[in-house]
Design a protein around this ligand. Structure first.
Ligand code: MLT
Ligand code: ZN
Length: 458
């Protein structure tokens, strides 16, 4: 089917106003927000519901045209933007914004793939409930995209990644058939768990259209503390102590360089009178005020000497103020360059050594900014000022070292296009063969996100 004919059919399926072919209108769907990953879409299609998503996929399947599903386009590994050849139809799920009734007895809610995370939080929190996954991109990131990438974020230490918080899914296969696993029953041992399979599949197996989400009661009390520490090893030690608290929900770290950049870019006042090598942002939450147990833990003989300074916040504006020092890293780094972003997991026991060895590994080829989710050993290695000619070698050096110490080359951002050629570093040949078989079974014509995760290969 030629391009014009496909556009005509897609327009009939979703309405002409929702098929974008004008380069100016397509542009924001063709580039990620860092500007590192850009491409060209054949067109952008914006269906309103599952039936329209299925119709779009049926049409593209009949035409043999590849489709790239896209949520809030906050991904950082190029999985949400089309390739350079202008072949793919970008399938934006942002109009699927339905939020079903809160079901407090089942502790569930059903949402459309296009619901932004912050919107869901706004609906739930005043009613005493919460969707436990939270991340800095909450205003733009959509539930569908978070499910596709198994997003992690800031509260994994207590609640796990997105996978642990999704009970059921509805998704559309590349031929337009609809998989309905939305019931999300607490007990259901009827064969392969298709929901778990689709979470984290990065749009390569099916297009998520709706999700049944697990909810948690929203703790009434919170205490946040920003700790100044002498080293990353000290931060790991303090975290080990704080992990004994059931109320611990968040443990995020950053360094002196990152804080200096955030202060410079944001104009925020410095949190302490002097700079310190490492900072640990922690938050405890509970039905009772957790501030006392947090203070006691920080005053314990085993951590007292490690904590050089501390700022505590109890009310929401103050807590947001402390969180901003960590959450504004991404935008501050973007403001001064286009970073090479390597999101990795390193086992906690070797994290301090890994970080200490990074300068030698980078050999002056990059200006690193390090921050991340400490409890999971999830390090965001953000590299500025990398010459184009050095990008591949620097990436290889860091990711090979991650593999050598038993880590993962992607902690929470996925593989996307950016890391597809490095997948073999932390997944075995047998793993990759099984993944390719699953891809072939669900999407035999390789029409869904064809260059993501498992590009065509041997
Ligand atoms: C974060 O933790 O802030 C996100 O993963 C985004 C990033 O790595 O820049
Ligand atoms: Zn992160």
């Amino acid at each position: 089917m030629d391009r014009e004919r496909l556009v005509r059919h897609l327009s009939a399926a979703v309405g002409a106003a929702h098929v974008l072919t004008d380069p100016a209108l397509k542009a924001s769907y063709e580039s990620d927000f860092t500007g590192r990953h850009t491409g060209r879409a054949r067109c952008v299609v914006r269906p309103a519901d599952t039936a329209e998503v299925a119709a779009v996929l049926r049409l593209c399947h009949a035409a043999g045209v590849p489709v790239l599903p896209q949520g809030g386009n906050t991904g950082l590994v190029g999985g949400s933007v089309p390739g350079p050849d202008g072949d793919e139809v970008v399938l934006s799920l942002r109009r699927l914004t339905g939020i079903g009734p809160l079901d407090p007895d089942a502790r569930r809610i059903t949402v459309g793939a296009g619901v932004p995370l912050a919107e869901l939080h706004r609906r739930l929190r005043p009613r005493g409930w919460d969707f436990a996954v939270d991340l800095a991109a909450r205003d733009s990131a959509t539930l569908g995209g978070m499910i596709a990438t198994n997003a992690g974020g800031e509260r994994v230490v207590k609640y796990g990644t997105t996978r642990a918080n999704v009970a059921g899914l509805e998704a559309v296969l590349s031929d337009g058939s609809v998989l309905d696993r939305l019931a999300g029953l607490p007990k259901d041992n009827t064969g392969y768990d298709l929901t778990d399979l689709l979470v984290g599949s990065e749009g390569t197996l099916a297009v998520v259209t709706r999700a049944r989400l697990r909810l948690v009661p929203r703790p009434a009390h919170r205490a946040t503390a920003l700790l100044a520490l002498g080293s990353l090893a000290a931060a790991v030690g303090v975290l080990a102590r704080l992990r004994l608290l059931d109320s611990l929900e968040l443990a995020e770290f950053f360094t002196a360089d990152g804080l200096a950049l955030v202060l410079e870019q944001s104009g925020l006042p410095a949190p302490f009178r002097t700079a310190h090598p490492v900072y640990l942002l922690v938050e405890c939450a509970g039905r009772r005020d957790p501030s006392e147990e947090l203070a006691e833990a920080l005053d314990g003989a085993d951590v007292r000497d490690d904590v050089r300074d501390v700022a505590v916040a109890l009310d929401a504006p103050d807590r947001r103020r402390l969180a901003a020092y960590r959450e504004r890293h991404t935008e501050s780094i973007n403001a001064v360059g286009i970073p090479l972003k390597l999101d990795v997991t390193v086992p906690l026991a070797v994290l301090p050594d890994f970080v200490a060895e990074l300068p030698a590994l980078l050999a002056g080829r990059a200006r690193p900014y390090l921050f991340g989710h400490l409890a999971e050993g999830n390090l965001h290695v953000n590299l500025l000022d990398v010459a184009a000619a050095d990008e591949e070698a620097v990436t290889e050096a860091v990711l090979r070292r991650v593999a050598a110490v038993g880590g993962s080359i992607s902690a929470e951002h996925g593989i996307g296009r950016a890391k597809a050629r490095h997948l073999h570093l932390t997944r075995s040949a047998a793993d990759i063969a099984v993944m390719r078989s699953i891809k072939a079974a669900l999407d035999p014509d390789r029409l869904l996100s064809p260059h993501t995760l498992l590009p065509p290969g041997p």
